[in-house]
Design a protein. Sequence first.
Lengths: 106, 244
Amino acid sequence: MAHETHTDNPYAPLDTGHPSAFTYFKVAMLLVALTAAEVGVFYIEGLGHGIIPILLVLSAAKFALVAMFYMHLRFDSQLFSAIFVGGILLAFSVGLALLGLFKFYV
Amino acid sequence: MAHAEAAPGGGHDVHDTTTGLSHKKLLMWAFLGSDCMFFGALIATYMVHKNGSLVGPFPEDVFDILTTSTSTFVLLMSSMSMVLAYNALTRGSLRGFRIWLLSTCVLGATFLAFQVFEFNEFVNYHVEIDCVNLNVEKLTDFEKTFIDRCDGTVDHVEIETGLTPRTNLFGTTFFVLTGFHGGHVTIGVIWLLSMYFYSFKKNGITSRHHEEVDVAALYWHFVDVVWIIIFTVIYLFGVFPGFD
């Protein structure tokens, strides 16, 4: 929640309860590192189908970092998380159902 | 007028809501939830038809992981600059807000330029085979179908085999998915750019408008998050050589 002070200054700082700029920068560096790890793992041919869970975990971690910190889900109402995660779960379920319907095997 | 401090959704002159949250933010989250299903359907459709193309070119022929990794990095940095723009505004720094917002627009436009470049490369893709120094093992399955053109009378074979939405299932599903994503990015760039120019109006965008900026930022971060999934599932899974 944002707390405003009684002032005529339209640019008065607000306390939104969100992270600092340095935290955002650290998250960005983590995202870069995870992306580099994904590309690095991609060139390890010997992994075979084992690369699937590795890449899924790495991309899920990136997804979670952006959603929790940049989209502020970690600091905002849980109703927002429920709405967003609900959509993701529905999308995932429909996707799995479609893949199963067409008997898709990697 | 009711004071805003009791409203968790924040923002200027927020009225009481049944949830205690901002309607603007709630609507944006509902939209993003529905957009998840939209992109989920497109990604699932791509995966279902992934190996169903009768003719090439195929993903391993056209995808350039290094170029796509660079565009992924650009989009990630645009997410960082967007959240820093929001942070600057809430700290009361209009100059910082403008700088980071413009950076986001530039990075977003750079990503779109990468997409245009990539689409152009795909459409103009052609198979090149050096018949003199022929190394069959280094050719992709699609390229191998043209080996018979090295009949001893030519040194070099070049065949125009561009990838378009009409070429094969891979082309259709790929261009629809990434095309819609690119459309989302374009709308985002236009939105953020209009916000940037509006900030030059007297009291056009102040720290009390942080909610409006937050809503735009949510849309931008969602576009980034979708690309994270697309990069992994379509590009990395699409051409990983270890699956052979």
